[in-house]
Design a protein around this ligand. Structure first.
Ligand code: ASP
Ligand code: MG
Length: 406
């Protein structure tokens, strides 16, 4: 049986008109002969509204009831879709997670899907039905309702695709796909036709907020092809797949940039074992997220400089913590706001020499000073002055030939 999972996000089902449109999209796949499992999120704003209500009842709203409450938006959306499909003459019904059932652990508010029972849904598919399954929710072994974390209906869709061995999982959302860089920052950003899981993971952890990184990782582990597309246009979206499926790969798939970063340098810290740990321990205890870290080679063997980046919001707190840290000595503390991390991402750099050079050279040509560099297998990041971000994006986008659709 050729199964395709279709997932609709909150904005795609955000109004009655949009739900009717979603029903038409489902109908078009049905006409092509696919067996469909549809997953829906709550109508946009509904989950937030329920969370607001819970806070008004109690700041410590009991978590078992919290999940019953906040998962209810999905029930309404699924029923509306199923009823609209019935209206246009298709066999469809809603499936709440307990009816499937979708089994999770009992980590309320942030549960993990462990198992999805196939039997009832398969029977229903065989009878020609279109099941509309609630995203975001599950039940634990005690039959209590659970939810799997904000934005969790992506993960619901991926797990359904996994258990039902679906050919593809199509994520309908309010953007047309994944772009070479943020289209709001750069007009020349282009939609990417196909991208590997690894590249997508880097892009999304660097800020391309189209899908939850966890669900991309799940898709990668289970080799599920994902297509991200908009429910508002008929245009093709972006396919996220394994590297092997990508021919004519560009060296660089995309470029990302961050906002609101700050840089901290400790000048003249002792160059001996344990110093870095002493610096970072209280920061991690205070949940301050440290990103790029570099330590200079010490010129005299006694002292060195240590630089790292954090979010600007954490700057004051970080300064306090470092100044209060009795376990470390340094000569000077330098703080700099308004820096930005610009990263180029692409599996092609593994096999293509000279990518680093090309990146540095094109920034140099634009007179952009690089303050910190960090690399991973498929990513090179540089820290620059925030005011140069756009200039850097333009230069790199051109250098790596991303100005044209691939
Ligand atoms: N409705 C849930 C939320 O807003 C789940 C989702 O949208 O994926 O977090
Ligand atoms: Mg959502």
């Amino acid at each position: 049986m050729k199964i395709v999972v279709l997932k609709f996000g909150g904005t795609s089902v955000g109004s009655i008109k949009r739900i009717k449109n979603v029903a038409n999209i489902i109908h078009s796949y049905h006409k092509k002969g696919y067996r469909l499992i549809v997953v829906s999120s709550a109508m946009s704003g509904v989950t937030n509204d329920l969370i607001r209500k819970s806070k008004e009842i109690s700041e410590n709203f009991i978590s078992t009831e919290y999940d019953v409450l906040v998962s209810s938006g999905e029930q309404a959306a699924c029923s509306l879709i199923a009823a609209r499909l019935s209206h246009i003459g298709l066999k469809s019904r809603s499936w709440l997670s307990w009816q499937v059932p979708i089994i999770t652990n009992d980590n309320y508010k942030n549960a993990k899907i462990l198992f999805i029972s196939k039997k009832k849904i398969l029977d229903y598919l065989k009878k020609g039905g279109i099941p509309i399954v609630t995203g975001f929710q599950g039940i634990d072994i005690n039959n209590r309702i659970t939810t799997i974390g904000r934005g969790g209906s992506d993960a619901s869709a991926i797990m359904l695709a996994k258990f039902f061995d679906a050919e593809r999982c199509i994520i309908y959302t309010d953007v047309e796909g994944i772009y070479t860089t943020d289209p709001n920052k750069l007009k020349k950003a282009r939609k990417i036709k196909v991208i590997s899981y690894e590249e997508m993971l880097e892009m999304s952890s660097l800020g391309a907020k189209v899908m939850q990184p966890v669900s991309i990782q799940d898709a990668r582990l289970n080799r599920i092809n994902i297509e991200v597309k908009s429910s508002f246009t008929k245009k093709t979206g972006t396919l996220i797949t394994k590297r092997k499926n990508i021919i004519n790969n560009k060296i660089i798939a995309g470029i990302s940039s961050t906002q609101n970063d700050a840089k901290i340098t400790l000048v003249g810290v002792k160059d001996k074992p344990g110093v870095a740990a002493m610096i970072f321990k209280p920061l991690s205890k205070n949940l301050i997220n440290v990103d790029m870290v570099v330590q200079n080679i010490s010129a005299n063997g006694k002292e060195t400089d240590l630089t790292f980046t954090i979010k600007t919001d954490d700057l004051k707190k970080t300064k306090k913590i470092i100044e209060a840290n009795k376990n470390i000595k340094f000569r000077k503390l330098l703080l700099k706001k308004d820096v930005s991390k610009v990263s180029i991402i692409g599996v092609g750099m593994v096999t293509t020499p000279g990518v680093t050079f090309r990146m540095f050279q094109s920034l140099a040509k634009k007179n952009i000073n690089i303050q910190v560099i960090s690399t991973s297998e498929i990513k090179i990041s540089v820290l620059i002055d925030k005011k140069n971000t756009k200039k850097a994006l333009i230069a790199l986008h051109k250098e790596f030939k991303l100005d044209y659709y691939r």
